[in-house]
Design a protein around this ligand. Structure first.
Ligand SMILES: O=P(O)(O)OC[C@H]1O[C@H](O)[C@H](O)[C@@H](O)[C@@H]1O
Length: 187
């Protein structure tokens, strides 16, 4: 019997870019993030077509037991004084956890637990983040360079963007000198 070996998909751990036949790409444009940033006027004055972040992922079936892997690339920048961030979400299947791995850039992972408690974790090259069950999550780029984080999550997790509406996440992250400060929006 002749044994052969396959070349698997590859991910460049320096930037999170995948090399594989059917990598899926999705960009999120500034114009689609209505109501996400605090400063509505600044948001409106910015180019709606600007891609704030993009996600690339390997194509796996959305079935029970399967895992997904992908990278989020979040641009540096601000709307008013508030750093660029992902929309953020709970999983539709709340009990499903997720892992993030910081690859490049620097930022924060905002975790908001179902009871309302919030945690901020620093994201940097090599950081490992466990997103527990029942926890909404959002990436925030507080640096000057692109922030890329690899994620591994359950294919059946799904996204629930509406659960935090109309209030949104409790914490907002604003520029403060050369750093950042968190502001609570509600109790
Ligand atoms: O879905 P968003 O909140 O816009 O975040 C963008 C992406 O972030 C991570 O990579 C998640 O694993 C993806 O499932 C998610 O789509």
């Amino acid at each position: 019997m002749q044994l052969t070996s396959l070349i698997p998909p590859q991910v460049n751990l320096a930037d999170g870019c995948f090399t594989a036949p059917d990598v899926q790409h999705k960009s999120t444009l500034l114009g689609s993030l209505a109501g996400i940033f605090a400063d509505h006027h600044s948001w409106q004055a910015m180019p709606a077509e600007f891609a704030v972040y993009s996600v690339e992922m390997l194509p796996f079936a959305l079935q029970e037991g399967e895992l997904l892997v992908g990278t989020t690339h979040l641009q540096p920048g601000k709307v008013g004084n508030e750093f660029f961030m992902t929309r953020g979400h709970f999983h539709q299947r709340r009990e499903q956890a997720e892992f993030y791995f910081g690859l490049r850039g620097s930022g924060l992972l905002l975790l908001q637990h179902q009871g309302g408690d919030c945690t901020l974790e620093q994201v940097f090259t090599g950081s490992v983040h466990h997103i527990p069950p029942f926890t909404a999550h959002r990436l925030i780029n507080t640096g000057d360079h692109i922030l890329s984080a690899l994620a591994v999550w359950s294919a059946i997790a799904g996204h629930d963007y509406s659960a935090l509406q109309p209030q949104g996440f409790k914490l907002r992250i604003f520029a403060d000198g050369a750093g950042w400060r968190a502001e609570a929006q509600y109790e």
